[in-house]
Design a protein around this ligand. Structure first.
Ligand code: ZN
Length: 263
């Protein structure tokens, strides 16, 4: 995708004004790419994974992973809840999972060695669903897109226009438009994921346990999930602190009959 050349700074400014969306956490975000485009990207990526022969041939564990994911998906806001979802178990020893726009969830077999029960597994899948519901992928694509457009505009501009553009970029950076959002994305996904856990009837206290297991399993060679998800100690503390507040939600879910029994 390319922005039109020419008055890029104006286009960028307008796009920022026109494309401010809001996450479920109430944060403003820059979205320059349509959900339909993101869904297509997600579906293409997922199809590639499936066609590369990486699907695990293990129906029992695939059913288990599906059971946990479905319970969480039932708690998502619309239209995500009613969208058709595909959940796959992927033969990969690295303890990881992902959810893609377009209703695709992948869980690596390696994760099942670390997430030792359904509650812990729900913490990881819930987190990944939190990224999707918050449209973090679209936001990253948009940031990349906006940054590249802005830099191209600066490079092709001269004199006063160049100064103006550099000023705009500085303002954009301060507003968080061109800065990486990674850490913020992770904590948003943590908060949402733990809420989905509790309202699906999974024990929200298991989120902190999962991360402790993840660190323990890391040893000398940290799992990829850790390197892409910074500050494990800080996030464990945040998840542990949030759990008591979610216990009423969890207990309400259980008494309403939402008692996942995935095995
Ligand atoms: Zn994440």
């Amino acid at each position: 995708m390319r922005l039109l050349p020419g008055k890029l700074f104006l286009a960028l400014g307008l796009a920022v004004l026109a494309a401010c969306a809001t996450t479920p956490m109430g944060r403003q975000q820059l979205i320059l790419v349509s959900d339909a485009d993101m869904d297509r990207m997600g579906a293409t990526a997922f199809a590639q994974i499936k066609s590369s022969g990486r699907l695990a041939d293990d129906p029992a564990r695939a059913r288990y992973v599906n059971c946990v994911a479905r319970a969480l998906i039932d708690q998502l806001p619309e239209p995500a809840r009613s969208q058709s979802w595909e959940v796959a178990l992927i033969a990969d020893d690295s303890p990881n999972a992902f959810a893609l726009p377009g209703g695709k969830v992948g869980v690596h077999t390696g994760l099942l060695k670390i997430a030792t029960d359904q509650d812990q597994l729900s913490a990881v899948i819930g987190h990944e669903l939190g990224h999707v519901i918050s449209r973090h992928a679209a936001e990253r694509v948009s940031q990349q897109f906006a940054t590249e457009a802005a830099l191209r505009a600066v490079n092709s501009a001269t004199g006063g226009e160049r100064q103006q553009l550099l000023g705009l970029l500085g303002a954009g950076a301060q507003a968080g438009i061109v800065l990486p959002f990674s850490r913020r994305h992770e904590s948003e996904a943590d908060v949402l994921g733990q809420r989905y856990m509790a309202s699906a009837g999974f024990d929200p206290r298991a989120a902190a346990t999962l991360w402790q297991n993840m660190i323990r399993a890391g040893g000398a060679r940290a799992p990829a999930f850790l390197s892409t998800h910074p500050d494990p100690q800080q996030r464990i503390a945040a998840l542990a602190a949030a759990a008591p507040g979610l216990m009423p939600v969890y207990e309400q879910a259980r008494s309403a009959g939402r008692r996942p029994n995935c095995s």
